[in-house]
Design a binder for this molecule. Structure first.
Ligand code: ADP
Length: 263
């Protein structure tokens, strides 16, 4: 059923049973990829069949976050995704020989994403996560077209200036006809060992984005959670061992596992 008249078929057309979440942010560096890798890992750890598409083509980081250098294998016309931390994962980084910048333009990016949903054999997935590039560029629009059932998850920091940019990324949903499943605040206040609370990036950004999107999209957009700043999240990301598995009881690990359970 995968091949329709010899042509590979989009496995995530309307009617597909997988829940699809495209993870977006207004700008880079807010922890979108780190959150996505951990949600995917936590969902797989809960026993779900999970796929992850790294569509952050210019800034791909998912293979490193999941600690894999594996290459996809080819079987006939199909590409089998490597499995890392229990997650089937595909990234443009896996098709490049060296760490060279990707100088692709819109149509090539669209084609790459199209191949990820047609030529990659995903099998029966419960959930597909897509790590979008920051902002509202070509790829976010292509992803919306190629994944017609996808809902957006918006990652923002608590900073009000960042929240305004993140809300605009969410408002792209108006044009693409997508729903926004929720907002995840990241880099929220951390509690230091002496009990002081350090809110490096201020507070309230997640709530601001959720309220603004609820107002502008005409459906309720919940704040799904608030992941604190946590050195373990960064260290485990650098080590390719997601914090939700490596330090599940840490502040960030606990909240990320809770958010995964609410999806
Ligand atoms: P994006 O995908 O939005 O560009 P990344 O996931 O690459 O962002 O995260 C940017 C940096 O911030 C990484 O070095 C990551 O380890 C770190 N980071 C992300 N979230 C947190 C957090 N809650 N606490 C500490 N460091 C974080």
């Amino acid at each position: 059923e995968l091949l329709t008249s010899g042509r590979p078929k989009n496995q995530f057309e309307k009617g597909s049973l997988a829940r699809v979440y495209a993870v977006a942010s207004g700008k880079g560096g807010v922890g979108k990829s780190t959150v996505t890798a951990n949600l995917a890992t936590a969902l797989a750890d809960r026993g779900l069949s999970v796929g992850l598409v790294d569509a952050d083509i210019h800034g791909f980081s998912i293979p490193g976050l999941l600690g894999t250098t594996a290459k996809p294998t080819r079987v006939d016309e199909m590409i089998l995704p490597p499995v890392a931390q229990g997650v089937k994962v595909i990234s443009i980084g896996m098709f490049l020989d060296a760490d060279r910048p990707v100088a692709w333009r819109g149509p090539m990016l669209h084609r790459a994403l199209e191949q990820f949903v047609t030529d990659v054999y995903w099998g029966d997935l419960d959930v597909l996560l897509v790590d979008l590039p920051p902002g509202t560029g070509d790829i976010a629009i292509s992803a919306a077209q190629l994944l017609p059932t996808s809902e957006l998850l918006i990652v923002t920091t608590p900073q009000q200036a960042a929240a305004q940019v993140a809300a605009r990324a969410g408002e792209l949903a108006e044009q693409t006809g997508q729903q926004v499943a929720g907002v995840i605040e990241n880099m929220a206040a951390m509690t230091l060992p002496d009990g002081t609370v350090l809110d490096l990036f201020g507070s309230g950004g997640g709530q601001t984005v959720a309220q603004r999107l609820t107002g502008s999209l005409g459906h309720a957009v919940p704040l799904l959670g608030s992941v604190p700043l946590d050195p373990l999240l960064r260290e485990d990301g650098d080590g390719g061992t997601p914090v939700v598995l490596e330090h599940p009881e840490s502040a960030a690990g606990t909240e990320l596992r809770r958010i995964a359970g609410s999806l």
